[in-house]
Design a protein around this ligand. Structure first.
Ligand SMILES: Nc1ncnc2c1ncn2[C@@H]1O[C@H](COP(=O)(O)OP(=O)(O)O)[C@@H](O)[C@H]1O
Ligand SMILES: [Mg+2]
Length: 406
């Protein structure tokens, strides 16, 4: 699939942008702070309803527009998308609303539109599928588990509506269970309603567990092939381990490989039988019940999941060199492209932010090989000299300066 036309209104430093885009590789060149990353962010936000960096939607609205006194300002990202099965027009709107008597005078509401009809936010997802590369992706290895969970959720939500719906319902059920646990810890609340929320958490959580397990298994298989064959010429073996929080205590990351894989193997094997997983999850919930009651929080479940990358038998976050960590992330991301492509038969749009500069010759060549075969790739760079001539010969070069694109 590819984006034929992108238009932005009041998004970050873009007041108004109308940008026709060709298929294939598009290089966005420009000095720092001109709006290159903002452009990729807009596309990513439209595809996933998440920003890779902003904490709140408020930050996405153009400052000047946000400060003006107009009653409602609509920030808007609109794209005409061409897919294997036809075209569509998708749009995300940010609508400013006055808050009556609250601390903040305004808040922003999101509205999703597909082919001129308002839809639920969830139904916007998947209309354009993207794979994003950022220099800070390395934090997937070195950063916190919440970032790694967000990674699984963002990729899966673009592909699988049911997963996304389950996730949203799970989070609500979890919130309700936690609220009740807190009340019970304070001596209020009704104990006999707890099993209702526990059952809901178990039912929805089991579905998230099995979906994540099969996703991580398939992604790991692709990553292994790419890493071994193309990136390290048979020198390094990479493994992805899904670490479901489906046990009483957290995993000891220094544990043996069989300890690490036992649970995810169990989930993968029972993918088709959520009942088996549900029973197991329920038994763990009973085992942790007294601890949950004492702490006023749900200690097991997919909201505490993690995953890790292992290279040649060692945990990449502890033992990998910076270079190995970069290769590990590259294999993961290329695997993501392959996975999305096989699942949908329609290659995703690639968004690459300043990544060419970070990679050495062999890795850059492999990445550009993927870009060459992509339906569309938007690449940013301060200088297009970073790309080889034969690559630039076939790419479209655009210049970004102060919120304008030429
Ligand atoms: N909400 C906003 N409104 C207006 N300008 C913004 C907003 N958020 C960020 N900016 C500006 O956008 C510019 C950064 O754009 P960015 O896309 O990150 O640049 P680069 O071309 O280096 O990738 C900065 O000048 C920043 O001040
Ligand atoms: Mg940038």
């Amino acid at each position: 699939m590819h984006i034929k036309h992108l238009s932005l209104t009041n998004f970050r430093n873009y007041g108004r942008l109308e940008l026709p885009l060709p298929a294939g590789a598009v290089v966005l060149q420009g000095n720092n702070a001109q709006g290159k990353t903002n452009l990729l962010e807009a596309v990513y936000y439209l595809a996933t309803s998440r920003s890779p960096q902003a904490g709140s939607d408020q930050q996405l609205i153009n400052w000047t527009a946000a400060e003006s006194g107009e009653p409602i300002i609509v920030g808007r990202i609109n794209a005409q998308v061409e897919t294997q099965t036809g075209g569509r027009i998708i749009e995300m709107r940010l609508i400013r609303e006055r808050n009556e008597g609250r601390h903040r005078p305004y808040s922003f509401r999101r509205e999703a539109v597909v082919n001129r009809r308002t839809v639920r936010l969830m139904d916007l997802l998947g209309n354009v599928r993207v794979v994003l590369f950022l220099p800070q992706d390395i934090q997937l290895i070195t950063g916190s588990p919440s970032g790694r969970r967000r990674y699984m959720d963002t990729v899966l939500c673009q592909m699988d509506k049911r997963y996304c719906r389950d996730l949203s319902h799970y989070n609500k059920a979890l919130e309700q269970r936690n609220a009740l646990l807190r009340q019970l810890a304070e001596g209020t609340g009704r104990r006999d309603t707890l099993p209702i929320f526990t059952d809901k958490v178990v039912e929805l959580g089991s579905r998230l567990f099995v979906r994540r397990a099969s996703f991580m298994y398939e992604l790991g298989r692709e990553a292994q092939r790419i890493h071994y064959e193309h990136l390290t010429s048979g020198n390094e073996s990479i493994r992805l381990h899904y670490l479901p929080r489906l046990q009483e205590n957290g995993l000891n990351r220094g544990g043996t490989v069989s300890q690490l894989t036992a649970l995810s193997d169990f989930l993968y094997k029972n993918e088709m039988d959520a009942g088996v997983v549900g029973e197991y999850f329920q038994s763990i919930m009973q085992a942790t019940l007294s601890a949950d009651l004492a702490r006023g929080i749900t200690s097991t479940g997919p909201h505490r999941d993690d995953w890790m990358i292992e290279i040649n038998g060692r945990d990449l976050s502890y033992f990998g060199s910076r270079g190995q960590q970069r290769s590990g992330i590259l294999s993961l991301k290329l695997a993501e492209i392959d996975w999305v492509t096989t699942q949908t038969n329609d290659p995703p749009v690639l968004l690459l932010d300043e990544v060419a500069a970070e990679l050495d010759g062999q890795r850059r060549a492999l990445l550009l090989e993927y870009v060459k075969h992509a339906a569309q790739a938007l690449l940013t760079a301060t200088d297009s000299d970073q790309f080889p001539n034969d690559f630039m010969d076939r790419a479209t070069l655009l210049t970004v300066a102060n919120g304008r694109v030429r």
